[in-house]
Design a protein around this ligand. Structure first.
Ligand code: KIV
Length: 263
C-alpha cells in the first residue's frame, strides 16, 4: 500500500477527478480491515454514540470517549488518513477550549485532522483551529448534533444557505467538507463551486468522495437504515450463523473435538 493519505493527497485527488473513499471506524480490528482495504479517510465519527453505544442520538458522546476510540483507530492505520469527530459542545464555548479540544485529537489520539458540524456559524472556530495547525473538515447540511433544532434527521433543501455555508467554511480554512442529507443537484453545484473536496453522505454521486457509517454498510447491527445506505455485507447474519453453530456443538458435546485439545 502507498504512503499515508494527507490533506494534500485529497486536494490532488479532487484536482485529478479521482473519487475519494471514506468510512467510519471506532476500534482497532475494524480500522485495520478498513485501512488495509485502501479506504482514503477513516472518520472516527460521533455516530459511535448510536452504532456502538446504542444511544438515540450522537449528543451524549464525550471528548474522552472520542479520544479513546480515535487512539484505537490510529494504532491500526498505515494508509488511511484518520479524522477525529469533535463531539457536541466540545467547540461551542470559547475558541480557546475549541482549539484545546481539537489539539487533543492530534496530541493524545494520533489523528491527522478533526471534523466539526456547522456552516457560517462555526467559521470563527474553523479558523482558530486551523490556525493552530489542526486541519479541519467541515460538515454541513443535515448535521446530526443539531437534531433538535432541525426537528429530526431531515434532508436540508435551502439551496442558498447551503451554498453560502459551503463557501464560508472553505474561506474559513476547512480542507474538506462533508455534505450530508442534501439533494444531489445542490451537492453537485457545491462541489463545482469549491476548490476543496466534498465528501457526500446522502448527497448523491456528484460529490468528490463518499462516506458511510461502517456498521450500516456492513450490516453489523439491525437498526433502521436511511435511504442513502447501501448494505454491502450482512455481518450480523454471518455472526449469528457462527454463534448458532457454536451453541449447537457445545450443547451436543462435539466442541471441543480432539483437534482443539492439549494432550
Ligand atoms: O459521525 C459520523 O459518523 C459522521 C458521518 C456520518 C459523516 O458525521
Amino acid at each position: 500500500m502507498s504512503v499515508k493519505v494527507t490533506t494534500s493527497t485529497l486536494m490532488k485527488m479532487k484536482q485529478e477527478g479521482k473519487k475519494i473513499t471514506a468510512l467510519t471506524a471506532y476500534d482497532y480490528p475494524f480500522a485495520g480491515i478498513v485501512d488495509s482495504a485502501g479506504i482514503d479517510i477513516i472518520l472516527v465519527g460521533d455516530s459511535l454514540g448510536m452504532v456502538v453505544q446504542g444511544k438515540e442520538t450522537t449528543l451524549p458522546v464525550t471528548m474522552d470517549e472520542m479520544i479513546y476510540h480515535t487512539s484505537l483507530v490510529t494504532r491500526a492505520c498505515t494508509y488511511s488518513m484518520v479524522v477525529g469527530d469533535m463531539p457536541f459542545m466540545s467547540y461551542h464555548g470559547s475558541l480557546d477550549t475549541a482549539v484545546e479540544n481539537a489539539g487533543r485529537f492530534l496530541k493524545e489520539a494520533g489523528a491527522s485532522a478533526v471534523k466539526l458540524e456547522g456552516g457560517a456559524d462555526v467559521c470563527p472556530v474553523i479558523t482558530a483551529i486551523a490556525r493552530a495547525g489542526v486541519p479541519v473538515q467541515a460538515h454541513i447540511g443535515l448535521t446530526p448534533q443539531s437534531v433538535h433544532q432541525m426537528g429530526g434527521f431531515k434532508v436540508q433543501r435551502d439551496e442558498d444557505r447551503l451554498i453560502r455555508d459551503a463557501k464560508d467554511v472553505e474561506a474559513a480554512g476547512a480542507f474538506s467538507v462533508v455534505l450530508e442529507g442534501i439533494p444531489s443537484p445542490i451537492a453537485a453545484k457545491i462541489t463545482e463551486a469549491l476548490s476543496i473536496p466534498t465528501i457526500g453522505i446522502g448527497a448523491g454521486a456528484g460529490c468528490d468522495g463518499q462516506i458511510l457509517v461502517l456498521h450500516d454498510m456492513l450490516g453489523i447491527n439491525d437498526r433502521f437504515l436511511p435511504k442513502f445506505v447501501k448494505k454491502y455485507a450482512d455481518i450480523a447474519a454471518v455472526a449469528r450463523e457462527g454463534l448458532e453453530a457454536y451453541i449447537k456443538e457445545v450443547r451436543e458435546g462435539s466442541f471441543p473435538s480432539e483437534n482443539y485439545e492439549y494432550k
